[in-house]
Design a protein around this ligand. Structure first.
Ligand code: ADP
Ligand code: 5GP
Length: 198
């Protein structure tokens, strides 16, 4: 299954996902390509595949992406190869923006989409500042984009308000576990049980 997690920058997507990956088995992270420069804490191939604009555009030309978008002035995209690799035997989570989420939903209508909201604007601002990874101009741009992005929550299957981290993590895990229990997804497991009754 494909899970799409979206929300304004600083809403807590990476933090929540880190906890989910520790807690749940059978779920993997889709590492996007980006032209954004790496932050100090980031490693190539772990948070992102960091590439230059020429390489990103070559990949667009080769139709290598499932979706891509320009976010805060940089290119970001999910490669087809990444989806194929990560969805082998496990569920895959995409941490992508609203434009990308729209493209994924069109391509994979069965994808489960989750929107992460911060508890309030002032808290989003505080979290972006305290994260200490972006300069003031970048933070201002991210906050401006956030005002536009939050209006998109309606197109998502689920909304999580990331006030207390532990609750937000539990809620995302509940979404994933709930989706795995859907009758259509469980079919193979159910068959084994029913066969044992024959
Ligand atoms: P995103 O991936 O959505 O851009 P991050 O996961 O980097 O956001 O979170 C932004 C900042 O907010 C980080 O410094 C993180 O530690 C902090 N943070 C995330 N969730 C919470 C929370 N529930 N309460 C307080 N701080 C949080
Ligand atoms: P950041 O620079 O803070 O890591 O990410 C900025 C924004 O880009 C976030 O909203 C994040 O979800 C989004 N993003 C990350 N990877 C992708 C991707 O592959 N495609 C799209 N469309 N957005 C992405």
């Amino acid at each position: 299954m494909i899970f799409v997690v979206t929300g304004p920058s600083g809403s807590g997507k990476s933090t929540i996902l880190r906890c989910v990956f520790k807690d749940l088995r059978g779920v993997d992270f889709s590492v996007s390509h980006t032209t954004r420069p790496p932050r100090e804490s980031e490693r190539n191939g772990r948070e992102y595949h960091f590439v230059d604009e020429a390489e990103f555009k070559r990949m667009i030309g080769r139709q290598a992406f499932v979706e891509w978008a320009v976010v805060h002035g940089h290119y970001y995209g999910t490669s087809k190869a990444e989806i194929v690799l990560k969805s082998r035997g496990s569920d895959v989570i995409l941490d992508i923006d609203v434009q990308g989420a729209r493209q994924v939903r069109e391509r994979f209508p069965q994808a489960v989409s989750v929107f992460i909201l911060p508890p309030k604007f002032a808290e989003l601002k505080r979290r972006l500042r305290d994260r200490g990874e972006d300069d003031p101009a970048t933070i201002a741009l991210r906050l401006k984009t956030a005002r536009r992005e939050i209006r998109e929550y309606k197109s998502f299957d689920y909304v999580i308000i990331n006030d207390r981290l532990d609750r937000a993590v539990l809620e995302l895990e509940a979404v994933i576990l709930g989706a795995r229990c859907r009758t259509s997804v469980r079919r193979r497991g159910i068959k084994a049980v029913l066969d044992s009754f024959l």
